[in-house]
Design a protein around this ligand. Sequence first.
Ligand code: GLC
Length: 437
Amino acid sequence: MKRRIVSVMVVALLLAAFGGMAVRAQDMMMACPEGEANIVIAAGAVGVEFELVQEQADRYMAMCPNITIRLLETPDLATDRLGLYQQFWEAQTGDVDIYQTDVIWAGIIAEHVVDLNDYAPEGYFDQFFPAMVAGQNIDGRQVAVPWFTDAAGLYYRTDLLEKYGFDAPPATWDELTEMAQVIQDGERAAGNSEFFGFVWQGNAYEGLTCDAHEWLVSETGETFISPTGEVNVNNPEFVAALERAAGWVGTISPTGVTTYGEEASRAVWQAGNAAFMRNWPYAYGLGNSADSAVAGLFDYAPLPMGAASAAACLGGWQLAVSRYSANPEAAASVALFLASYEEQKLRALSPQGANPTIPALYDDPDLIEANPLFARMGPILATAYPRPSGITAARYNDASVIFFSGVHSVLTGSTDAQTAVEDMELDLQDLLEDMGI
Ligand code: GLC
């Protein structure tokens, strides 16, 4: 045991000496767990995040050779990932020890995960943004550790804006619609028949909840269920926003956008076939990678404004330790290591550009200089607005399914926008009533 504590400290000091990085007291206090254990992490694979966690796991195993970590690749679409997790939880299986969990799932995961306060070194959670820690605290139990945060923005092609005489990215959704059409018409006339004005996430899943939440908040200032439990979908502003989005499908956006998740939009964008893309920060570094057709040809800005404001969906992922794990102590040690200062720094410096959940990292000169994404994130994060997962807690996914299914039916033309918002309103009200709200 003693030997392992020393080896953790040696690795930390070596990192400090050779990487020029500050070692945090909290990281120094982390010790290897006793005994041998196999730990399985259910991890995402959007962009290069799977490779990134593998590198992190390798670092942990080099430090603590008594622990073997294996990664389980999970579906890209958040809703599918939750469905998979729910199967594990229903079976109360210890096959997975650590889950990568969405920021909106705190109330959903609570009964299936351990309280990380029981495992974290003293003061460990003090280094994180307090609101993010609080968001993952359910009835005094720390159900997950915030790993990276997300707020979506607008990617735009700087070369094409210049070519078509636009001097700034679109300030409003209507401007976006017009600019996308002009650029698409021009690029198609120039011979690229596969070119589209705007790509985004239109599949029926959590990603569409995010996109439509942005249209709604930007027009009305409020999301689909207010923090006090009022349903906010049946209003002319949202009907108009839905009609506008439905109008994009098959015009400035591919018809297939109603099946797109994040990665499908990024594929079109990164091949050079879109003027604008709504996506998360992870697409920034990847878009500037050597294999990208748009490297150096784009920038990233806050999403366009509606009548009320600009609004970015507030996202992000955490790590939670299963209550059904045979080795919760070892699993917690791994999870807390993965989310520690130095590890978050390495993740932020990678092409995935994961946004840290530790405020001090935003002042870390190594990071600001090395990754231009972070200079762009301030204004985008300033527009971030949470989904209604606090009030709906364990029923958040039910609320989101009602919302994205209704929106999807408008996008595919199976329901008109007014009927869809009336149906959504009734279903959301029923759900809240069922919850006693
Ligand atoms: C991103 C966000 C997450 C959100 C998901 C929707 O991964 O970080 O919070 O739920 O996108 O697709």
